[in-house]
Design a protein around this ligand. Structure first.
Ligand SMILES: [Zn+2]
Ligand SMILES: [Zn+2]
Length: 379
């Protein structure tokens, strides 16, 4: 049986160039003859690793190897003809002028090398195809939160109904308890014989990939590697999220098939209204009650903010509805990382009283207005 370069480097068939390089570096360091002087086994290993990397580390050679196997790497290999032969042997029959001579056949040392990879689909336990998918779908989840936690940011856990990786088999589809059983396709030999055109030859068993053993389907997911159900997911809401913000939770979308990456989860944020604080852009607007005295004579008032209480000076002669700006105490902009301002809107509160002195004082105050307070109020 031909050596499998991927196995030699210990990487999956869909490994990236970077993964291959890293695997090669690691192995060659381990088996380098300089490190293992006089060790015959290490020497052989090192040669094997080097020739595997020679092929898989080269984009063109790797492509040929993937399609035609090791045979493609021998000098004189004719890619086009090999492909023609594959098509022909797959049932198309030889086309006029494209017939293969014994000489042509001689170019290939053994046909099994050519066809070794031809029927290698991904197969799960007992012939169930894997859900081969490069990347799982992204998911969305609508989430309503209060304004204050949205400003501060927090961590929480959500329970989501979704397809998730099977907890029993961790997505492999194979029953981890049942062990392996003999492959029914090849009877455990790892090879199957195939007749193609005039030739009879054997090739690597596509179901067990030549190992002769296969897993049994996982009872939880029936071999699918995934189950539907509720998944509890830890999420981090960054400070400053606003209405409509999309918060990405990497890798928590739908899972992909084996070897694929899961999609991402996007939390769509909705902010509940607050009784006296609202956000406008990155500014926060807060209604703050003050007394008549504080408005008239001025003074220092204490105001709560997201990060603690602050003292604010109310200037003498302040009016109801007047805005005091406190710089940098607004909401955090998650993108610019800058805070908006806090805009304090003063609301002058008048006590309800029938106290004579108080009412006399109010009358006295009335005389202090410069003219009619409603002067100019015309429609
Ligand atoms: Zn399972
Ligand atoms: Zn088999």
């Amino acid at each position: 049986m031909a050596k499998d370069y991927y196995q030699i480097l210990g990487v999956p068939r869909n490994a990236t160039a970077k993964q291959i390089k890293e695997a090669y570096r690691k192995l060659s360091r381990k088996w380098h003859p300089d490190i293992n002087p006089g060790n015959k086994e290490a020497e052989e290993k090192f040669k094997e690793i080097s020739s595997a990397y020679d092929v898989l580390g080269n984009e063109e050679k790797r492509r040929l190897y993937d399609e035609f196997g090791e045979q493609a790497l021998h000098p004189g290999f004719d890619e086009q003809r090999a492909r023609q032969y594959q098509q022909w042997s797959a049932g198309a029959g030889p086309q006029t002028g494209n017939e293969w001579s014994a000489e042509d056949f001689g170019r290939f040392r053994s046909f099994e090398d050519i066809f070794g990879n031809m029927f290698e689909f991904g197969f799960g336990p007992e012939g169930q195809p894997f859900r081969e998918q490069a990347r799982g779908r992204d998911l969305e989840y609508e989430m309503s939160i209060d304004l204050i936690p949205a400003l501060k940011g927090f961590e929480t856990e959500i329970a989501m109904d979704k397809t998730r990786v099977c907890p029993t088999c961790q997505g492999s589809g194979i029953n981890p308890q049942a062990g392996m059983s003999t492959c029914t396709l090849c009877g455990g030999s790892g090879r199957v014989s195939v007749a193609r055109g005039p030739m009879q030859f054997t090739k690597t068993c596509p179901r067990c990939r030549g190992t002769g053993r296969i897993g049994n389907p996982c009872p939880t997911c029936a071999g699918q590697g995934m189950v539907a159900g509720v998944e509890r997911i830890k999420v981090t809401i960054p400070p400053g999220v606003r209405e409509g913000s999309r918060v990405r939770v990497a890798g928590k979308g739908e899972p992909a098939g084996r070897g694929g990456t899961p999609g991402d989860l996007y939390l769509i944020i909705h902010i509940r209204e607050h009784p006296f604080l609202r956000r406008e852009g990155d500014n926060l607007i807060m209604d703050v009650p003050v007394t008549v005295r504080e408005a008239m004579a001025g003074g220092t008032i204490t105001v709560p903010t997201v990060d603690g209480r602050i003292k604010v000076k109310v200037p003498p002669g302040s009016q109801s509805g007047q805005i005091l700006k406190v710089r940098g105490k607004g909401a955090l902009n998650p993108r610019t990382k800058k805070h908006g301002d806090l805009l304090i809107r003063l609301v002058v509160k008048v006590p309800r009283t029938d106290d004579r002195e108080a009412l006399e004082a109010a009358q006295k105050i009335d005389r202090l207005y410069a003219g009619d307070v409603r002067e100019g109020l015309r429609l």
